[in-house]
Write a protein that binds this ligand. Structure first.
Ligand code: AMP
Length: 223
């Protein structure tokens, strides 16, 4: 399976898409946001250092991200096909990523841009709820993926929560960070002839089908 890098504005659906590719094809889903939130929840020195940065919607220092990421990439399952959700987030990280991968003999794979109108992001972000146990993702404004019982996970019955940076205020800054730091990656991967664009503004199955088509056209035999 081709490795995948997802490039997307906050709320464009990279986490949801990555989860569904993981469930269907056994991809390894690596979210630097999740790795950093885990570090925050440990409450140690590193966690305290990055807590405010996450809350403000800014990017965590590259070196810190490399540290958490390198540990994860060295686990054996990463040889099976990885989806990078939230990394690289700027051009420096993209360059460094290639160095890290070449050291551990893993291919870069393809970069996929999840394209969505900016106006759709607010509902996606402010309506997002996550399961505290199994990580399932819901949206209270979208009947197709709203929890059946308010604040309870359909799958495992655990309580749902809202991410502390999933509010309108933080979204403004997260989106500005995306435009300034992450969007230049679009040209970076375009110049490498390695950028694919999918429409992420509709339902998940539609985004998933487009990604499957890209991978199949590239000769990936998904099963
Ligand atoms: P996400 O879960 O991808 O929305 O990321 C949540 C937050 O984690 C971001 O707003 C950043 O503060 C931080 N973060 C995630 N990935 C990175 C990264 N690659 N580089 C720097 N900060 C990151």
């Amino acid at each position: 399976m081709k490795n995948i890098i997802l490039i997307a504005a906050p709320g464009a659906g990279k986490g949801t898409l990555a989860k569904s590719l993981k469930e269907k094809y056994d991809y390894v889903h690596i979210s630097t946001g999740d790795l950093l939130r885990d570090a925050v929840s440990k409450g140690d020195e590193l966690g305290l250092k990055i807590k405010d940065i996450l809350a403000q919607g800014l990017l965590v220092e590259d070196e810190i991200v490399y540290q958490v990421l390198k540990n994860r990439l060295q686990e054996a399952d990463c040889k099976n096909g990885i989806i990078m959700d939230g990394f690289p987030r700027n051009v420096n990280q993209a360059v460094k990523y290639e160095e890290i991968l070449s050291d551990i003999n893993i291919d870069l794979g393809v970069a996929i841009l999840l394209d969505i109108e900016e106006s759709k992001l607010i509902e996606r972000i402010t309506g997002r709820r996550l399961c505290s146990q199994c990580g399932e993702i819901y949206n209270i404004y979208n009947p197709a993926i709203a929890p059946k019982v308010e604040n309870i996970c359909n799958k495992c019955g655990s309580a749902l929560y809202q991410r502390s940076d999933d509010n309108e205020e933080a979204l403004k800054s997260r989106y500005a960070t995306y435009v300034e730091k992450t969007q230049p990656l679009i040209d970076y991967y375009k110049n490498k002839n390695n950028l694919y664009i999918v429409d992420s503004g509709k339902e998940l199955h539609y985004t998933l089908e487009q990604v499957e088509k890209i991978l199949n056209d590239l000769g990936d035999e998904l099963d």
